[in-house]
Design a protein around this ligand. Sequence first.
Ligand SMILES: Cc1cc2nc3c(=O)[nH]c(=O)nc-3n(C[C@H](O)[C@H](O)[C@H](O)COP(=O)(O)O)c2cc1C
Length: 399
Amino acid sequence: MKNNHNGENRIAIEFCKKKLQSPFILTSGPLCYGAEGMIKGHQAGAGAVVTKTIRLGPAVNPIGHIARFSQNSLINTEKWADIPFEQWCETEIPLTVAAGATVIASVGHTLKEAKVIAAEVEKAGSHMIELVSYREETLLPMLDFVKARVSIPVICKLSGNWNDPIESAKKCIEHGADGICAIDSIGPVLKIDIHKARPVMFGNDGYGWLTGEAMRPIALRIVAEIAMRFPDYKNIYGSGGIMSAENALEYVMAGAIGAGVCSVGILKGVGVIRRLNDELIKLLDRLGYPDIQSAYRSALANFPQTEKIRHYDFHFDPFKADGSPKCIQCKRCEQVCCYDARRLEFPAMHVDAERCRDCGMCIDICPTAALTGTWAEQTEYERDKAALSADFDREMRAC
Ligand SMILES: Cc1cc2nc3c(=O)[nH]c(=O)nc-3n(C[C@H](O)[C@H](O)[C@H](O)COP(=O)(O)O)c2cc1C
């Protein structure tokens, strides 16, 4: 059920004082090439759509500028929007707004350009502006200028390539950013076509930018750190590797209220947003959250303050309650044990406690959760070991 008992949409969010129908935000990229693409995103259920980055001159892209990198990641060397700035303001933004979408105009990449573009995209009806730049030193003057000139909310898109994105977030917040998008693509990165013995990207250096699943842990960590550091700052949306409702919920639990999607839409079609919305509602039900707000920031209190040094009590359930096998004998638990500590002789599972180092990989890899583990009470020996390890760590950090 999409609505709660009060008839409210359970996955609606408020971002920069605007109510969005969904936490999924279609981020700046090829799917938002113009009104047509953005309207499709809105109709598929996106909470907001972000224009392809608008600059003073239209981009001309090299042939072959997006390619797949592993299953769910991409490498690209796509530039900004290939539609002229005037056309965005006269046609593309007004049409998208008229279709009922919440439109965020992405404005890049320099102060000179922001000076011309920001007021015009506001006049064209954009609900918010997202500033994007190659360097933090350029972004802040853009932010100062745009904040003074427009009355719509201004979001800063941070880059994980900058020296310290958390410090960048701090500066943006101090300079009055209404919202933060964390983060942009990671790079530069390289993929070689081994049949042609050359890079797959056809830009002038052969390098590209990494997006999709491969960047999610980096982006998620940055989001969590910003959210922890600025607990009263509510307008963060995550961007990086959100391929499923589960991934979006990770971001929400880590302190992002919105979940940006780009690569998943490129790989699966923009209609994937409809499925992501449906799956998110089902996921909330499964995990017992009445709505998306209830899950917001829920993981932050559970970040460890100290290392957990103790051992696992392993549990192995070869059979389900109805007697059918739970363990499918794939033996991945054996395979991934670097210490040869585990042996499956179905239905018996053996672990050599002397060899096991409690890394947890065997539990993590088990596809059916037949093998699980709980933390055992810390022994005196482990307490001593933990204290020694902490002393060593402190000493080494001081060097
Ligand atoms: C082909 C492609 C083009 C992109 N173009 C832009 C752009 O013009 N402006 C921008 O701010 N981000 C751009 N991005 C970055 C995305 O908005 C997003 O931040 C990034 O892809 C990470 O999210 P994802 O893993 O869901 O793709 C682009 C991404 C891709 C894959």
